[in-house]
Design a protein around this ligand. Sequence first.
Ligand SMILES: Cc1ncc(C[n+]2csc(CCOP(=O)(O)OP(=O)(O)O)c2C)c(N)n1
Ligand SMILES: [Mg+2]
Length: 342
Amino acid sequence: MNEDITLPVVYKQDNNIKPEELLSLYEDMLLGRSFEDMCAQMYYRGKMFGFVHLYNGQEAVSTGVIKALTENDYVCSTYRDHVHALSKGVTAREVMAELFGKETGCSKGRGGSMHIFSAKHNFLGGFAFIGEGIPIAIGAAFQSIYTKQVLKSREKIAVTTCFFGDGTSNNGQFFECLNMAVLWKLPVIFIVENNQWAIGMAHHRSASTPEIHKKAEVFGLPGIEVDGMDVLAIRKVTIQAIERARSGEGPTLIEALTYRFRGHSLADPDELRSRDEKEAWIARDPIKRLYNYIIDQRIASVQDLAEIESNVKLQIEDAVEFAINSPEPSITDLHKYLFADD
Ligand SMILES: Cc1ncc(C[n+]2csc(CCOP(=O)(O)OP(=O)(O)O)c2C)c(N)n1
Ligand SMILES: [Mg+2]
């Protein structure tokens, strides 16, 4: 990232949102942040195995997009997937137990951090390979219109949201799937979480056109750049994209400009990004920003927000307790879940 990057203020904040909705967005972002902080603690205590990628700093994207969806809509994530799952309604217990490799985890303890999955929440995963989720999302979106147009379902068209990073947008699947999504007018929303880095590679050093949203034009879909540190701005563009997808007009590409506040994974010493750059982004913390907005607009009091904070804390403690006390998968079940049951 250029250190003098200026973020566009494309959308004004949405003042029509109801106070209780605003507080639920705040709670969801706080849940994501607190969950990830607890993961770091548990990882360093040896409770989790393999690579663990945290989402701190990017919460406004998950909350702004996923909280605008219905239960029937789909979310397709990446390896940085815990918070996307929480926003979609997978419980903190099920996600934490998964990270501990326990039988009670949402993937029965067989997946771990990068393979969070929940069929009942239409949460399609969790993928370790970058870009792997994009064709999966296209498939989900295809079945939505097939169900509507061929099987004549009376339900509204389900929308699929597909998250991936700036680095991933240089992969072939991205371009192939943009093409197909427009060709077949698929109800899919591509959300690029441009956190400026792909492990230790700065985005502007790896992309011929660093403005990812501009790549949409070539394929004929709207490409929207949005402040990824502003949950209300993200929510607003997402609602427009959902309307477009549900009414059969096809896909939208949203590029959310954001930043991760921690290293690439918990194994990364995070020595490549400059202190100035990190501080500049931390000053735009999306959770503090919404907190200040709520207080300034007198939507809720400091005590109300403190109450939300302590509820979240209890939920996280409960999740850890649940994960610790849950059983390991049994060795006799080694082959279970490899194939679908009849
Ligand atoms: C197909 C494939 N190639 C390479 C990797 C190694 N890899 C893991 S994360 C990553 C960078 C991805 O960066 P970005 O898409 O910006 O996502 P972020 O980590 O910033 O969320 C790479 C190259 C991989 N997981 N899969
Ligand atoms: Mg990135």
